[in-house]
Each structure stands twice: as structure tokens, then as C-alpha cells.
Ligand binder design. Structure first.
Ligand SMILES: Nc1ncnc2c1ncn2[C@@H]1O[C@H](COP(=O)(O)OP(=O)(O)OP(=O)(O)O)[C@@H](O)[C@H]1O
Ligand SMILES: Nc1nc2c(ncn2[C@@H]2O[C@H](COP(=O)(O)O)[C@@H](O)[C@H]2O)c(=O)[nH]1
Length: 427
């Protein structure tokens, strides 16, 4: 993903000590900055309806502001229970807006530096943090946020944490009930425990014997789940065999945070929703060798009543039709002989015989300086220590994913290079 330079960016570093306040690149029309009282005050001309009224952006402690088009985002202040950590001043309406904030927000932090990337997301580097929790993105106009704006209205933003290192594309596995999805996934998780993580779905169905809450599913009830869907907590959801099932954004994030590749076991409707989202997964459909064999397996499993078996078999017909036509799935596997099907699955996932089962890209965790500023050179972000001659490179050129879920593929390493101070963007 390229990072372009935007001439209309204003970036402010607002440290704990107000008198170190450094405004930069004020080419935008938002006016001048000043310091007043406890917190910085941001003055600008309100050109709403052609009347220059003047407005004040009074920032709270640990909040800092960044201009994106005609909006000025104030970000931070996560300690304040009355704040959700993000608000923006919309210059076209002259009003403050508290947006719907999707994704998991960062834990409270005191001080950060920001930079606008591609005019659709803000990179936030937490001060005094560790490399595995320092880079966050507030998506303000990415494809995902644009989709959510259609549902919720214009005031929507989404957090996505930056994850260092390679994490492969998530895997969506679909297929009719009883075909063997769970069996194949369990084999994969057992053979490659550090490589894959299961996305634990929510469901309103009752737990089966041996099913554990939080492990196999998050068991919930319909009204709670419907509220959470309304609040935008789900990447996808569907009514399956008379119950509500869904993948929460958090379920996918938890796996990415563990540095693992996420596996989703979801139905065809869910796969379609994920395909339409920006998750960039690989889609695999599992077929039975015959309908009779599917029925046999479902009965042999013995987890459903006769009525439910009939319902699941009935739904299987449509699922098989949808799964095998229309190009929704990248791969279609027939689960006849289990071992043969498992081998094929491993092949698709690039797990040939030479793959080390315990292999995992481990990235060394290191501490960032207490106070930092950001600059950009050759498309790479430079994190400069304010008090020591220490520079760290944040390379976003292989950046993948984003909300909903984590932003993967970041690289971070210290550099001995001297970076000139006349870069085009600073904080
Ligand atoms: N290739 C196979 N040959 C014979 N039996 C199989 C094969 N694969 C799986 N099974 C068996 O079929 C039954 C159903 O498998 P499983 O529970 O993995 O299906 P599933 O697709 O996950 O179903 P659901 O969608 O209902 O969760 C299990 O008892 C399992 O042991
Ligand atoms: N759309 C979604 N479908 C899901 C999800 N979790 C599971 N499923 C699918 O439901 C059926 C039935 O599952 P069971 O555990 O009751 O047998 C199966 O096809 C699963 O793939 C989800 O989060 N979203």
C-alpha cells in the first residue's frame, strides 16, 4: 500500500507538557493554533454558509488533532469514561460529531503521534509503548468504513491494530452440516498449533455435550446478539438452521494478535458476507462424496434430533448448490477419504511435507522511546526519539488487511541512518 504525501495535512504532537506543543504543516485552511489555559485551543475560521464565525477546538488532556479533508479529528483521552476516544469537528456543518467507533480500541495511553495515510486512515504511534502494541490505525474512509457509513450514517470510524510480521490470509471454510469441516479444522489445529487460530463464533443455539463456552462458540441469546449486531460488533452473521450465528470482529482480532492465521468455520451466507468485506480471506468449500454419505455422517455424529437432522439435510441442498456454483469459493474439496482430503487442504494452504509444524514468525518485541515524533522518507515512517538519537523504521509497504480485524504485514526495525530533518511530514 502506498503512502502518499498530502499537502492539506496538519499534524500536531501534543505531549504531556503543553509548552512542547509542536504544530506543523498548516497549509490547510483550518487557521492558526494557540495555547490557552490547561489544554491547547485550536482556532479556525468557520466558513459555514460563508460566515466567518471562528470556532474553538479545545482539546482535552492527551487528545491531539489531525485534519482530514474538512474534518478535524481529536483522538485520545481514552481514560475519560465519558469519551470514546474519538470525535471530529466537521467544518462543513460547524459541529462536533462523536462517531460510532468500530473495532477494538487501544488501551488507555498517554501521548501519541499521528500521521495521515492515503487520506483514509490515520496512523497512531503510542508513546512509551512496545513494538507489538505501538502502531494503531484509525480508519476514517477506507472501503470497510465506507460500507459501514451506508449502514450507520456518516459518523463512523474503525480501529485496526497494526501487527508486525507476516500473517497469512485468513481461511474461510464452508460446507453443509456434517460434511467434516470441524474434523478437518481440528486436524489442522492439532498438527500446526502455533500457526492457526480458530475464530470462535457466537451462536444462539444450545451447547452440545462437550462444547465449551468461549472455545467452540460464544453461546449467547438472540436479544443480546441482535443488540451487538446493531452496535456493529460483527464481521458477518446469518440465520442458520433456525439459529443466529456470527463472527465478531474481536474473534478475528484475537487470532491475529496471537500472530496466528485465522480459520473461520461459517456457512455459505457468512462466506458471501466475508467475501464482500475487506478481510481478504481464502475461501474453501467442502463437499460430501454423496448426499447419502452426508446423511450417514450427520446421523452417526448423533448430536441432533431427527427433526434437526432433517432441517440440516434440507438446507444442505441449497448450500451445495450455492457452494459449487458462482465462483464464491476459491477451492472446492470433496471430503471422501478424510486423510486424502486433509492432504489436499494442506497443499492449498502451502503446508507441504517440509513445513515445520511449530514454525511461526516470531518478531522480537522492543520498547519504543518515551516521546517520539514521526517523519516519512522513501515511503517509510521514521519514529524519532525526542530525547535520544534513536530512530526506528516502520515499513508499511507490505501492509495488508485492516478493519475489520488487524492491519498485518508491518515491519519495524531500528536504523543507524541519519534522517534529515527537512522531511515533508513531521509530528
Ligand atoms: N471423510 C470422512 N469420512 C467419514 N466420516 C467423516 C469424514 N469426515 C468427517 N467425518 C465424520 O462426520 C461427522 C461430521 O463431521 P463434523 O462434525 O466435522 O462436520 P461439520 O461439517 O463440522 O458439521 P457442522 O457444520 O454441523 O458443524 C463426524 O462424526 C466426523 O467424525
Ligand atoms: N454465518 C456463520 N455461520 C456459522 C458461524 N459459526 C458456525 N456457522 C455455521 O453454522 C452451521 C452449523 O453449525 P453447528 O456448529 O451448529 O453444527 C455450520 O455450517 C457452520 O459452518 C458463524 O459465525 N457465522
Amino acid at each position: 500500500m502506498n503512502i502518499h504525501h498530502h499537502h492539506s495535512i496538519a499534524i500536531y504532537f501534543i505531549p504531556n507538557h503543553i509548552n512542547q506543543f509542536i504544530p506543523l504543516d498548516l497549509e490547510s485552511s483550518v487557521g492558526k493554533l494557540d495555547l490557552m489555559g490547561e489544554a491547547p485551543v485550536f482556532f479556525g475560521d468557520d466558513l459555514h454558509a460563508g460566515v466567518s464565525n471562528g470556532f474553538h477546538l479545545k482539546l482535552k488532556e492527551f487528545e491531539s488533532a489531525i485534519v482530514v479533508g474538512n474534518k478535524t479529528y481529536a483522538i485520545g483521552g481514552f481514560d475519560d469514561p465519558t469519551s470514546n476516544g474519538v470525535r471530529f469537528f466537521d467544518k462543513s456543518t460547524g459541529e462536533w460529531v462523536v462517531p460510532i467507533v468500530l473495532g477494538t480500541k487501544p488501551n488507555a495511553f498517554k501521548g501519541h503521534s499521528m500521521m495521515l495515510l492515503d487520506s483514509d486512515r490515520i496512523l497512531i504511534i503510542k508513546h512509551n509503548s512496545k513494538s507489538n502494541d505501538c502502531a494503531w490505525f484509525l480508519e476514517v474512509d477506507t472501503r470497510y468504513v465506507q460500507e459501514q457509513k451506508k449502514k450507520f450514517g456518516s459518523g463512523v470510524v474503525s480501529w485496526s491494530k497494526g501487527v508486525i510480521g507476516d500473517a497469512e490470509r485468513p481461511i474461510v471454510i464452508s460446507g453443509p452440516s456434517g460434511v467434516g469441516k470441524g474434523t478437518l479444522i481440528n486436524m489442522l489445529m492439532k498438527d500446526f498449533p502455533t500457526m492457526f487460530g480458530f475464530s470462535v463464533s457466537h451462536t444462539t443455539r444450545a451447547p452440545r455435550e462437550k462444547e465449551e463456552n468461549g472455545v467452540h462458540y460464544h453461546f449467547t441469546n438472540r436479544s443480546v446478539m441482535e443488540e451487538e449486531i446493531k452496535a456493529g460488533k460483527f464481521l458477518e452473521f446469518a440465520s442458520v438452521h433456525g439459529n443466529l450465528y456470527g463472527t465478531s470482529i474481536e474473534a478475528v482480532e484475537v487470532v491475529a494478535d496471537a500472530g496466528k492465521r485465522c480459520i473461520l468455520d461459517i456457512d455459505v451466507q457468512g462466506a458471501r458476507s466475508v467475501r464482500a468485506s475487506s478481510l481478504e480471506a481464502i475461501f474453501i468449500f467442502i463437499c460430501p462424496p454423496s448426499f447419502e454419505e452426508l446423511e450417514k455422517r450427520l446421523r452417526a455424529r448423533g448430536t441432533e434430533t431427527e427433526e434437526l437432522i432433517q432441517k440440516r439435510l434440507n438446507n444442505a441442498k441449497a448450500e451445495l448448490e450455492q457452494g459449487t456454483s458462482g465462483g464464491l469459493f476459491d477451492h472446492i474439496l470433496v471430503n471422501d477419504d478424510l486423510e486424502a482430503c486433509y492432504e489436499r487442504l494442506k497443499e492449498i494452504l502451502g503446508l507441504d511435507g517440509s513445513t515445520d509444524a511449530t514454525l511461526k514468525t516470531t518478531t522480537e518485541v522492543f520498547a519504543l522511546p518515551m516521546e517520539i515524533s514521526l517523519s516519512k522518507i522513501d515511503g517509510k515512517i521514521i519514529i524519532n526519539s525526542k530525547n535520544a538519537d534513536q530512530k526506528t523504521v516502520l515499513d508499511l509497504t507490505s501492509m495488508k488487511g485492516g478493519a475489520p480485524g488487524r492491519t498485518r504485514g508491518l515491519r519495524m526495525y531500528p536504523t543507524g541512518l541519519r534522517i534529515d530533518d527537512d522531511n515533508d511530514e513531521n509530528t
